[in-house]
Design a protein around this ligand. Structure first.
Ligand code: NAD
Length: 248
C-alpha cells in the first residue's frame, strides 16, 4: 500500500484493468483510496484479488468497450455499487500487427471500434455526472507509436492519434466544469499483450534517455497525478511517459 490516500472517496473506472498497464492503474488507484470498477472482456479476478489483498475495494464488470449496450450496463453497475464515477481511465486497447497492404476494412473498423469509438461511448456515459458535480478526471491511453508514425499498424497509429485530438477537443468543452481530459502516451511497454521481438525491446530501450524496458509500474505514478487534485489546471494534454524517447 502506498503512503498517500489522495484518491480516498473517489470512484474510478479503469477499462482493460484485468491485465497489463490497466492492472497497474487499477491497483494504484485502489491503493490510494479509490473504489475501482474494472471493465474488461477478460477475467479480472487476479486484479480483484490483488486489490483485496492490499485492503482496497474493487468491482469487475464484463464489458466490451466497443459495445454501446455493454458501456451502458457498465455505467449502471458502477452507479449501483459505488455511485457516480469521478475518474475514468480508458486504457483498454488492442494493437494487432498488420501491414497496410494486407489490412481488410473489417480489421480497420474492428480496431477503430475498440480503440477510438469507445472513447465516445465511455465519455458519453460517465461525463454527465462529472459535469453535474463539477469534478471529473478523464485519462485515455494514447501511444508514442503516433509520435513515431510507426509502420505495420496504420490503424492503431491512426486510432492513437485520434485519441490525442479527442482529449484536446473534449477538454475545451468541459474545462469550465471542473473536468479535465488528458491522454497518457507510453512507448513500448512489456505486458502480456506485447508480442514484440525481444530485439525490439532492446532497440527501443537503447533509444530512450533511460535505457531499460518500460514496465506498467513506470506509468501508474503519472496516471495517479493526472487524476488527482494536483493536476486540476492540466487539461487537453498528452503526457508522454517513455523514458525520454520522444523529446519535444
Ligand atoms: P494488454 O493487452 O496487456 O491488456 C489490455 C486489456 O484490455 C486486457 O485485459 C484485455 O482483455 C482488455 N481489452 C481488450 N479489448 C477490450 C475490449 N474491447 N473491451 C474491454 N477490454 C478489452 O494491453 P497493454 O499492453 O496493457 O495496453 C494497454 C493500453 O496501453 C492500450 O490502449 C495500448 O494501446 C496502450 N499502449 C500499450 C503499449 C505497450 O507497449 N504495451 C504502448 C503504448 C500504448
Amino acid at each position: 500500500m502506498t503512503a498517500t490516500r489522495r484518491h480516498a472517496g473517489r470512484v474510478a473506472v479503469v477499462t482493460g484493468g484485468a491485465a497489463g498497464i490497466g492492472q497497474a492503474f487499477a491497483e494504484r488507484l485502489a491503493a490510494e483510496g479509490a473504489r475501482v470498477a474494472i471493465a474488461d472482456v477478460g477475467d479480472a479476478e487476479q486484479t480483484l484479488e490483488m486489490i483485496a489483498a492490499a485492503g482496497g475495494e474493487a468491482l469487475a464488470v464484463h464489458c466490451d468497450v466497443s459495445s454501446e449496450d455493454d458501456v451502458a450496463a457498465l455505467g449502471a453497475a458502477v452507479t449501483e455499487r459505488f455511485g457516480p464515477a469521478d475518474i475514468l481511465v480508458h486504457n483498454a486497447g488492442i494493437y494487432p500487427l498488420v501491414e497496410f497492404a494486407e489490412m481488410t476494412f473489417e480489421q480497420w473498423r474492428a480496431l477503430m471500434a475498440v480503440n477510438l469509438d469507445s472513447n465516445f461511448l465511455l465519455c458519453r456515459e460517465f461525463l454527465p455526472a462529472m459535469r453535474s458535480r463539477s469534478w471529473g478526471r478523464i485519462v485515455c491511453l494514447s501511444s508514442t507509436a503516433f509520435h513515431a508514425g510507426m509502420g505495420g499498424m496504420v490503424h492503431y497509429v491512426a486510432s492513437k492519434g485520434g485519441i490525442i485530438g479527442f482529449v484536446r477537443a473534449l477538454a475545451a468543452e468541459v474545462g469550465e466544469e471542473g473536468v479535465t481530459v488528458n491522454a497518457l502516451a507510453p512507448s513500448l511497454v512489456r505486458t502480456q499483450g506485447t508480442t514484440a521481438d525481444p530485439r525490439a525491446f532492446e532497440a527501443v530501450a537503447a533509444s530512450q534517455a533511460i535505457k531499460r524496458t518500460q514496465l506498467p509500474g513506470d506509468l501508474d505514478g503519472a496516471l495517479s497525478f493526472l487524476v488527482s487534485d494536483d493536476a486540476a489546471f492540466l487539461t487537453g494534454q498528452t503526457l508522454v511517459v517513455d523514458g525520454g524517447r520522444v523529446r519535444s
